[in-house]
Design a protein around this ligand. Sequence first.
Ligand code: ATP
Length: 633
Amino acid sequence: MRDDKYNLIARSVRPDSRNSQHATRNPQPVTRYRCPVTRYHQPNTENQKSVISLIKPYFVENRTKILAGLLSLIIVDVLQLIIPRIIKWTVDNLTAFEIDVWRLLSYALYMVGIAVFIGIFRYIWRRCLLGTSRRVEEGLRNTLFNHLQNLSASYFDDVKTGDLMAHATNDIQQIRMATGMGMVALNDAIVLGLAAIGFMAYINIKLTAFVLIPMPLIVISTRFFSKKMHRRYQAVQAAFSELTEVVRERFVGIRIIKAHHRKTAEALRVESVSRDYINKNIRLVKIIGSFFPMMLLFSNLSLAIVLYLGGRQTILQTITPGDFVAFISYLGLLTWPMMALGWVTNLIQRGRASLDRINKILQTLPEIRDRQDARDLAGVDGHIVFENVSFSYASKRDVNGVATLSNISLSIKPGQVLGIIGPPGSGKSTLIGLIPRLYDNQRGKILLDGNDIRTLKISNLRSHIAFIPQEPFLFAGTIRDNITFGNQDISDERLEKAVKDASLYETIDSFADGYETVVGEKGIILSGGQKQRIALARCLLKDAGILLLDDPISQVDLETGTAIISTIRKMAGSKTIVIVSHRLSAVNWADCILSLDQGRMVESGNHRQLMDADHYYAKTFRLQEIEEELDAA
Ligand code: ATP
C-alpha cells in the first residue's frame, strides 16, 4: 500500500514523451542553457516582473483544485499512518490470544476500506495537483510561443533554434515538475515525515532517536544523486538528439553520400554518435544503479537498529510486539519523506532557474514594435519611397563600418514595377525586407503613400504586402493548407485561380491526392521550383496592394519562369511590384531596374536606359541571353 513515489526521483529526470519528440528533432544539446538574450535584445528591466507572477495566475485560477488536491494528499498520508496502528492492534491481540474471528475480520475489512479510500484520494490529488501543473506547463508554453512570434526577425539572427526549443521543452518541464511533484514532495516531507516520526516517538522516543540517525544520509544523498541524475539525463537527451539528427541528415542526404562515395565515413560518424549515446546512458544507469541500493542500505540500517534495539525492548516488554511491528511499518513510511526532503530543494531550484530564463525571454521587447500613436491605413495606393536609407545587420554593425545598404533613394509609384538586380550579397533581399519592416533601417526614411512606415501599425502595414522570401518555407501539411495557411474561408474557385496563375495547376493535378497531398517536412516531396510556385500561389491569394518577390523564378525552368513572370506582368498597373532576380529576363520589363553593388545603388533606369549605359546590367543581360540561347539549342 506504500505510495509509488520512490521511483519518481529516477523518472523525474526523464522528460515526457512529447518533450523528447521535440528534442529528437532538435540537434542542439539541451544541456546548454545559454540565455539567448543579447545586447541587442535587452530585457525590459523597468518592467521586470517577479517571476512568481508568471505562474501565480494559474494557481489563483486553479485554487479550488489545488486545495482539494492538497487535502486529498493529506488524507492519503493520514490513512497510510493508520495502517501500522491496525497492524499493532492485530499483533497485540494475537500475541495475547485476545482476539476472535470477527475482530480479525473487522481488522481485515478496515485494511480493505483504507486501501479503497487511499486509491480514491490518490486519484483525486493526482488529478488536481498534477493536472494543475500540466495547466501551468500548457499556459507557459503558449505564452512563450506567442511572445516569440512577436519578436523581431533580428532576435532570431542571434538566437539558436535549439536554445529556444530547450526553453520551450526542458525549462517548461522543470517548471511543471516544481509546481506539481514539488508541491507533493514538500507536503509529504512535512506532513508524512513529521507524522511518522510523531507516531514512532509515541511508541518509544529513545528508539526513534536511534532510528533517525541514518535518515540525514538519505536526505543528503538524495539531494546529491538527484542533481547528478538530472545532469546525466540531460546529457543522454542531448546525445539522443544528436544521434537522431545525424541519422536523419544522412538519410536526407543519402544521394550526396552515394555520389561522393562517403558511405564508410558516414557509417563511422553514426557509429561514433551512437557510441556516445550508449556511453552517456551507461553513466546514467551507473548513477541510478547506485542510488537505489544506497537508499536500501540506509533504510536497512535503520531497520537493523529497530530489529536489534526494538527487539530488545520487546523482550524487556518496554514495548509490545504490536508496537514493534508498527514501528517497522512507520519506518517504511518514513523513507519516502526523507528522500522527498532531499529531492524537493533540487526540484524547486531547477524550477526557479527555468522560470528565470523564461521570464527573461518574456521580458525581451521586440526590437521592431508599434509606436504608441501607430495608425492603420484602410487601403494603400502603393507609392513606396526610400529617402537616403542605410542599414546594417546588428551582428555586422561594429565590424568594418561598411553598411549592408548605403544611402538608397528610390520612388516606386502606385502600380509600377521595380526590378532589383546585383551580384550575390549586394543587399537585394535586405532592401526588400525593409519594406514590411522585417528589419528597421538605421538611417533615412521609408514612406508608403507619404506615411513613414514606422508611424503605421506593423500588422496593418504587413496586411497590405504579399511577400515571397528567397527560400520559400513549407509546413508539413497538405498543399491546400500550405497555400491557404489553413484558412477555410477561401473558396475552391479562388484557390484554383491562384494555383493556375502560379503555373501550379498541372503539378497538383498530377498528384494522386491533388490539393490534399501531404508535402512532408519542409515540403520534402516537392522540387525547389514546385515549392517556389506554392509560395507564389500563397502570395497571389493574399491579394495585397504591394507584391514583394525575392527571386521568384530562381528554381524553375525557363518555360515555367516565363509563365510565372507573365502572371506577374498581368498584375502590373493594379499592384506595386518589387522583384529581386538574378535572371534579368524576369525584370527587364520593369518600369525601373535598380542595380546594387555592395549595398550601394550603382545604376538605375529602364531596360533601354541601362542597355545604353552599358554597365553591369547590359553586360549581364547579354551574357544571360547567350546562355538562354545555348539552353534552347
Ligand atoms: P543573394 O543574391 O545571394 O540572395 P542578396 O543581394 O540578396 O544576395 P542579402 O541577402 O541582402 O544579399 O545580404 C547582404 C549582406 O548582408 C550579405 O553580406 C549577407 O552576408 C548579409 N546578411 C544577410 N542576412 C543577414 C543576417 N540576418 N545577419 C547578418 N548579416 C546578414
